[in-house]
Write a protein that binds this ligand. Sequence first.
Ligand code: SF4
Length: 391
Amino acid sequence: MNEGNQKYLNTFGVYVHVPFCSSTCDFCAFYQERPSKKKFETYFLSLEREMQRANINKKVDTVFIGGGTPGILRSDELMKLCELINGLGIKENAEWTVELAPNEVTTEKLTVLKSAGVNRISLGVQTFDPKLMDDLGRKHGPEKVFHAYNLIRETKFNSVNLDLIFGIPHQSLEDWMSDMEQAVKLQPQHLSTYCLTFEEDTALYHRLAKGELKIDIQREASFYEYAWDFLPSSGYEQYEVSNFALDGHACVHNQNTWKMNEWIGFGPSASSQYQFKRWKNPSDLDRWAIGVRDGFKTQDYEDYVELSNVILAEDAILFGLRMNQGIRLAQIGKRFGLSEDFLVEIHCFFDNLQKEGLAVQMDGWISLTSQGRIRADAIATEFPSESKGLS
Ligand code: SF4
């Protein structure tokens, strides 16, 4: 892969949130609603308005439709959604991803998506183990995953990602190995492996709070380490803490975000970063629809931050460090106009990490070692922030 740090420095992304799920998985903290005809009408009317009013002055390099479960929409609704997105001005070779849950994949929907310009599917597998699927509150067995995957491959998308979760309660290292082996056997172009997090207000969090479940940090570290050994030895280059890809299939949408470029999110709970502002739409269909209709004031957003170059630079450093290639501090300093004093302070910070075996500095690049990447969140909290505004 070895993509230079210059790649994806000026890309522009669009994210569309489809906030509907037929049931709620036990680990899920994403904003989602039960579908209904009225809610779909509200959604599409407001989405069209929101897109018409967006002040986008450049062509789109990457589109990501996530949720919720976008696949819950009927084929004609998916077609309408894609038409709206195409109206934003999508570059000819843009990466265009749609997240699908195994239950909702049909040939008809895939054909509609492909003909509209979608070239990448991200399938929410999580695990192939029926018992663990049940523990996560997934309402299907592994046969649904294989069926969906076969339909996706038959429709011939350029790239397919499988999402996997590890650190599930009662999951052994052997279970995790078996999930990884099964995923590799299917030969998708991309794999995302996420450590289960216990987000507030999820069913799993409540079980944790009641003492029914325990977090085992050592066990999580061993799961990370196994993935970081096994997947590269199976041909999937690791390019970020949680992401692995065959050559040429690293996700442009992810990199656009990590490099602190611009993107606009549409739909309830969607986040945006555009023209030195970062904001999050309300995670509520009706409040979002009212905001779109009447025009959002800053206080109507769930989050709203005015961005300085220092905030963007610090985020580019911290997100960049999660990537295996790391960062070129001089290039980030130049791009965002960081002061010499601050650059010296950052260099000292990395010198100390290097002494602890957590970072490597070579040829102008700074990257974390495996041990450093496992501690990436802790390193981020220790970073000598000038802005105190990191999100
Ligand atoms: S994990 Fe995905 S399918 Fe499950 S409730 Fe959350 S958004 Fe819906």
